[in-house]
Design a protein around this ligand. Sequence first.
Ligand code: KG4
Ligand code: ZN
Length: 345
Amino acid sequence: ASKLRILGIETSCDETAAAVVTRMQDGSAVTEADVVLSQLDEHSAYGGVVPEIAARAHVDALDTLIEEALKRSGVTLADVDAIAATSGPGLIGGLLVGLMTGKAIAMAINKPLYAINHLEGHALTARLTDGVAFPYLMLLVSGGHTQLVLVKGVGEYERWGTTIDDALGEAFDKTAKLLGLPYPGGPAVERAAANGDPKRFAFPRPLVGEARLDFSFSGLKTAVRQAAEGIAPVTDQDIADICASFQHAISRTLKDRIGRGLQRFAELYPDVDQPALVVAGGVAANKVVRQTLDELCAINGFRFVAPPHHLCTDNAVMIAWAGLERMALDMPADELAVAPRSRWP
Ligand code: KG4
Ligand code: ZN
């Protein structure tokens, strides 16, 4: 395929994002613009993302962000070969804003529209950043998802495990809330844990030892509540110990769950030379989580691939890249009638 340039749009949750990415003839990528506006301030007072506020914020921000992305990349819409917009899964209001905007631009410049699955964006990012070859394993750990996915090719995914209750990021956020720490909870819990004793509380490690590769984190949150309620008054040291013990339980859980996944992959693909585990999602920023996965990969002969933080969290570069991967394979673009999907099994 020749050189291809895509404008990517992401609006599925609480980040409004636009990016311009070019795929060169040799398959490498050049990110010409990567603009993200986080709505953190709009939602923090509520301790979580409020869908209606999110949708309105996307409407307010998106046009300006797209203009900014084009300006930074020094191109105009005439230089763009296609549009890629997230069409699901996510909050329906935000998806509508992004997909409708994508359709309008595609129609105006008479170029194809790719309606991208948000999870596919996360799954393919490591190919842009590290040139990872198919097949590989991807662990997505964000505020909304906890999934272990076998990535066989563009559009070929097998979900090996998912959470049966809370997402991992959600467990961090709820734990933080229980302990009176600020939103988003992940960074706050990690900071507090730095001075804590990870052995003080023996928190549960749900599903550890089971053959299926699913996750469960709601019991952990309940155990945190009980631990905090059992202490009065709760000191900063108590909070630090709870946070450290919480992260320790997560580390042990991941070791068991993902360890099994790596073994299953190795059995399925004995001939893959240097298999890779790719991590994505906001929780990938957590040092204990990273270190756990890094060690696990070293033990099992896997390469651990963690894209830079801004490409692990929600962004439009990954959406543009997913579109470019499809385009380069001559996969069909989507009809302008395509509808957003809040759920996308
Ligand atoms: O991928 P992301 O930015 O947004 C989506 O959920 O789509 O992930 C946000 C989640 C939040 O739950 C946040 O608490 C968590 O990632 N997170 C962390 C850390 N930084 C962000 N969790 C643990 N440790 C961190 N350092
Ligand atoms: Zn995401």
